[in-house]
Each structure stands twice: as C-alpha cells, then as structure tokens.
Design a protein around this ligand. Structure first.
Ligand SMILES: Cc1ncc(COP(=O)(O)O)c(C=O)c1O
Length: 373
C-alpha cells in the first residue's frame, strides 16, 4: 500500500543529503570538541564552522546561538533562564494556543508564584494587540509567543508584537519552530530578543534545538556543568546533530523556500476538493491570510478526530488530531478548545513536498470512503 505522510508538523524525514554530512561525525570523527588534541581540535573546528554557518543563514552572530537538545529545551531555557536571572519580575504573558513546551513551562513557574497572563485571541487565533499592550506592566518578565502555530497554522504579526513589547521595555521570546522551514528568518531585520528552533521539523535530525539570544539579553543556564555553549548549556556538544542542523537549514534556503508556492497550491487543491464534498470548519485563518503553508486543521461533524485519524491510517494516510506531543490523549487539543466550543472531529493535515494532484485525489477518495460509509 502506498503511504502518505500528512504529518510534517509533527516531524520530517531526515534528508539523505543532510545525513551524508552527519555520518562522518558518527562513524569516524568522534573527538570531544573540548579536548586539546588533534581529534578534539578538528571537531571543535567542524562544530564552529556549522554554528557559524547557521548564524550566517539566520543573519546573527554565532555567539548569539545556544544549541540545545530540542526545541522544547530551547523554550525552557528562554523562559526559565530569564526567570532565574530576574527573580523579581513575576508575570509572564503568553497565549492559550502555545505549544506545550511553553504552556507547561509557564504552568511550572506558576507553581513557583508566577502569574501567567493569557492574551485574548480572535476566533482565527490572531493576538489582540490592544489586549497585549494592556497586559504589559513593570512586573512583566517576558512575553512568549508562538509565531507560526503548529496546530492551526496562524502566523502572528511578530513585528507589531515586538514593537509593543519593547515600547513597554519588556523581553520577547518567539517560538519559531514551525516557521524555520517555511520562511527566511533574518534576525537582524526582526526585533526579537529570544527565538527557539528545532532541526527535526526541517528535514534535519531529532535531538537538536537552538535558542537565539540577542547579545544584550542575559539568562541563567538551566543545565549546569561544563562551559559549552557560552556557559549556557552544559554537556558535550552533539556535533553531528549541529552539523545536521546547518545542512538542513541550508536545504531550506536553497531548496524548500523555492517550493513554498507549490506547497500552498497543493494545499489549496486538497482543501478545495474536500470542501466540494464535505462539511467542515477550517480552524485558523482562511487560506489567503497569514498562515503556514501546507497545514490544514479541519473539524468535521459526526465523527471523532481519533476515529478519522485511525481510519485514514488504515488506508496509509498519516495525519494527527493535534500536536504530536498530545497524541496519546483522547481530549480535544488545547488549541482548538481555546478558540472553539466544538472540536471533537478535528484533524490536522500537514503536507510535505512532491504530492501530485493524483495523490490528492486518492487522499480525497479515502475521506469519501470513510465519511460516506
Ligand atoms: C511550535 C512548536 N514549538 C515547539 C516544539 C517542540 O520542539 P521539539 O520537538 O524539538 O522539542 C514543536 C514540536 O512539536 C512545535 O511544533
């Protein structure tokens, strides 16, 4: 049976070109980059070349980059790292549609006495900028906002958000994990203080995240030990992972960014085909508005998202009901719950590249088979 991975927001397959660059550092060049002998020094050089490469592509200084073990860890480091640095500031502003990495970090800090303020959202998931402005005060430690939403695809206006946050002398962290593969991120052009990324969403390896920390911003480490990552993330570096991050990001710039229109067109074709046959609600903004290409969150009536997911899986079509980290729960995703009263029949389709119109029609036929029988 031919299979269709429509779950690229959960993770992506490691690109063979990326893997070929990582492989020598798994098999041959095993040195610890902190060692002061040839095998260590050579690896330190390879590591620094990869870091400088990532910095060049993101247009920042490599000393502003802290490599971590995941996007989740980068987000934890941004928020907790700042909280530990400035213990007198006890309020955090975020939204109810963040990834669990942000929400549960905030919930943890709540147990330590922090107040979490959730900014109002419109029904498409866009932030109410006036409400954001009203919630900022002298006690605000950080504003943490997801840029491209992993469940409903809404893209926030980060420039406007940064302007408001900085007018109130606060600090902005942006979860850019889903944006990295779809947009050219230029950190000089963006006025953001902290930004989190992950390699496995861009056809890179799992187990590598990245936190950008603008030069003047100071944070405390959350993992203590050696002096790696400018004393901010102890532990022997994941050299092949960081090299994989660089190679994957190079591919994004050289290959995938040129295919965004195709991805949008394919997504629209699938949407139109489904819309012509079935009744459902599109969650997030409409297709011409600010949203991630390739991502459709659809709420059907009369069927649960988990049943639909199961039935599609039986037919070789892989989708999710929400964020992959919540997939074991049978509850409606917190993102859908934050925006709508009904969400039981929700599935997320996140397309990759190279689907033909024949593939799309096959996928739509499988929906018909399930929903009409
Ligand atoms: C928007 C967003 N933020 C953070 C994460 C966490 O990244 P990682 O899987 O590398 O921990 C994910 C991954 O699911 C995500 O989609």
């Amino acid at each position: 049976m031919k299979t269709y991975d429509l779950d690229h927001a959960a993770t992506t397959k490691l690109d063979p070109k990326v893997y070929s660059k990582m492989k020598p550092y798994l098999e041959t060049y095993y040195g610890n980059p902190s060692s002061l002998h040839t095998i260590g020094i050579e690896n330190k050089k390879a590591l620094n070349d990869a870091k400088k490469g990532v910095a060049r592509l993101l247009n920042c200084d490599y000393k502003e980059l802290i490599f971590t073990g995941s996007g989740t860890e980068a987000i934890n480091l941004a928020i907790k790292g700042l909280a530990f640095k400035y213990p007198n500031k006890k309020e955090i502003i975020t939204t109810k549609i963040e990834h669990k990495a942000t929400l549960n970090t905030c919930h943890f800090l709540e147990t330590l006495g922090y107040k979490i303020n959730y900014v109002n959202l419109d029904p498409d998931g866009f932030i109410d900028l006036k409400d954001l402005e009203g919630k900022l005060n002298n006690n605000t430690l950080i504003v943490s906002i997801i840029w491209g939403n992993n469940e409903i695809g809404v893209i926030q206006d980060i420039d406007k958000i940064a302007e408001i946050v900085h007018a109130h002398h606060s600090i902005l962290h942006v979860d850019a994990v889903q944006m990295l593969g779809h947009f050219k991120i230029d950190l000089q052009a963006l006025d953001v203080d902290l930004m989190s990324f992950s390699a496995h969403k861009i056809f890179g390896p799992k187990g590598v995240g990245l936190l950008y920390k603008k030069k003047p911003i100071e944070i405390e480490p959350i993992i203590h030990g050696g002096a790696q990552e400018f004393n901010l993330r102890a532990g022997t570096e994941n050299i092949y992972g960081i090299i994989g991050f660089y190679e994957a990001l190079k591919n994004v710039h050289d290959v995938y960014l040129n295919q965004q229109q195709d991805l949008k067109d394919t997504t629209k074709y699938l949407y139109d085909q489904l819309k012509a046959r079935f009744k459902f609600r599109l969650n997030g903004p409409d297709l011409n508005n600010h949203r991630l290409p390739g991502l459709l969150s659809l709420s059907f009536e009369g069927i649960s998202g988990h049943v639909l997911q199961y039935q599609l899986n039986q037919r070789g079509i892989y989708v999710s009901t929400g964020s992959a980290c919540n997939e074991t729960s049978m509850e409606v995703s917190h993102v859908i719950q934050a925006l709508h009263d009904h969400g039981e029949g929700t599935i997320r389709l996140s397309l990759g590249y190279g689907l033909s119109s024949k593939d799309i029609l096959y996928i739509v036929e499988q929906f018909s088979d399930i929903l009409e029988n």
